[in-house]
Design a protein around this ligand. Structure first.
Ligand code: 7TS
Length: 408
């Protein structure tokens, strides 16, 4: 992978922030966009923009082809059996809400179990709390090991024949751990439960094959994988999608409408009420082309190397605590520095042109498990380099010195 060439394709990276060349280490929140994605969206608006699934005119056909072509692109990217199993959503949050309201409401009964982990993002937690409240189902949590990993023995103990749904993140946005989704899916299925995967942090960084994982639902966000904001997707097993009621109603999703009764279109359109996110889908397809051209395996390898380099470089800083396991992680490092508040760490880093995130990362239960109120997080992507890590480490040493003096 030629990182210098890759960096040239991201216009935003070539600027100074607060008088320093930008080091962008917040891709887990949202990734930057390559020129090909920006151009694809621009080209769509300049040449093809129209509404979909209705126009007899040429632009209407082009927009429909672009939108449905993007659906096929997502299906190929995930190795889904068919494009009709891909529903476009606003992102992972909307996709998980759709499953937790439409699918869950039709299957959950009082006393049924929904199994999660304490490391879930609020997007894969609160929709299930709501589903549990509506149905009388109970939430159960697979406990975490001291290093933040999941043991399959604990999965075996937590998932029972009362479990209807298991919903787990593939990659943690805080701990960086890669969860054993295939094995958890196997345990869920053996107990008759459906497996939902939050793929927000996995899809940008590693090759995903929903058939090999054998999961029932898989959610992703376009903006974390070089695509635009406002577009994401839900993959679903065909038989489950076909049995599911829509959760939004209106134009685009109907077949026949009468004053008192209506019928729905087939999947996937019955889940896409209203004018869809057409330009977003076009941008997401361009992002998938971009990532596959570079190769997901290459991206995965580059980030793991960078994570290992960052882990060892940052571990040398006295007073730093890094959360999550050393091995088996993706390219993100969540940490705290002595008693310095992570917001202060992020503010000093920003003054030197380095963008990291600080806060609870939408994982308040996990923060409690870690016994902290917040952390700082540096997250890497295909455009980051060892020099970025060196800048981060040097800046953290200055931060420590600054607050050491300030406190002392
Ligand atoms: N699931 C995980 C694992 C995530 O990391 C995020 C966003 C979401 C779901 C929600 O995705 P959305 O696109 O629907 O918002 N995570 C983060 C983060 O770590 N920092 O900002 C957003």
């Amino acid at each position: 992978m030629n990182i210098a060439e890759i960096r040239k394709q991201f216009p935003i990276l070539h600027q100074e922030v607060n008088g320093h060349p930008l080091v962008y280490l917040d891709s887990a929140a949202t990734s930057q966009k390559p020129r090909s994605v920006i151009e694809a969206v621009k080209r769509y608006y300049e040449l093809d923009n129209s509404n979909v699934h209705r126009g007899v005119h040429t632009l209407g056909s082009r927009a429909t082809e672009a939108y449905e072509g993007a659906r096929e692109r997502v299906a190929r990217f995930l190795n889904a059996p068919a494009a009709e199993q891909i529903i476009f959503t606003r992102g992972t949050t909307t996709a998980l809400n759709l499953v937790a309201s439409s699918y869950a409401s039709s299957v959950l009964m009082e006393g049924d179990e929904i199994v999660l982990t304490p490391m879930e993002h609020h997007s894969n937690l609160i929709p299930w709390q709501q589903a549990a409240k509506r149905s009388g189902a109970v939430l159960k949590y697979i406990p975490l090991q001291p290093d933040g990993t999941i043991s399959l023995a604990d999965v075996e103990k937590t998932v029972t024949n009362r479990t209807k749904i298991v919903s787990v993140m593939y990659v943690s946005n805080v701990l960086g751990v890669i969860n054993p989704i295939k094995e958890i899916t196997e345990i869920a299925h053996r107990n008759g439960a459906v497996m939902v995967v939050d793929g927000a942090q996995s899809t940008p960084h590693m090759r995903i094959d929903v058939q090999a994982l054998d999961c029932d639902f898989y959610a992703l966000s376009g903006h974390k994988m070089c695509g635009p904001t406002g577009i994401g997707a839900l993959y679903g097993r065909k038989s489950l999608l076909e049995a599911m009621e829509p959760n939004e109603f209106g134009g685009e999703m109907i077949d026949f409408v009468d004053l008192y009764e209506s019928t729905w279109k087939d999947i996937p359109w019955r889940f896409e009420a209203g004018t869809p996110i057409i330009a977003g889908a076009v941008g997401l397809a361009a992002a998938m082309d971009f990532l596959e051209e570079i190769g997901l395996e290459n991206i995965d390898r580059h980030e793991k190397e960078l994570a290992a380099y960052a882990y060892s470089k940052l571990s040398d800083i006295e007073g730093i605590t890094i959360y999550g396991p050393r091995e088996g992680r993706v390219g993100l490092i969540t940490f705290n520095l002595d008693d310095v508040h992570p917001h202060d760490v992020a503010t000093v880093l920003d003054s030197e042109g380095i963008a990291v995130r600080a806060g609870h990362h939408c994982c308040q239960p996990l923060m409690r498990w870690l016994d902290v109120t917040a952390t700082a997080r540096a997250s890497f992507y295909l455009y980051n380099t060892e020099q970025d890590v060196d800048r981060l480490a040097a800046s953290l040493l200055r931060t420590k010195e600054f607050f050491g003096h300030a406190i002392g």
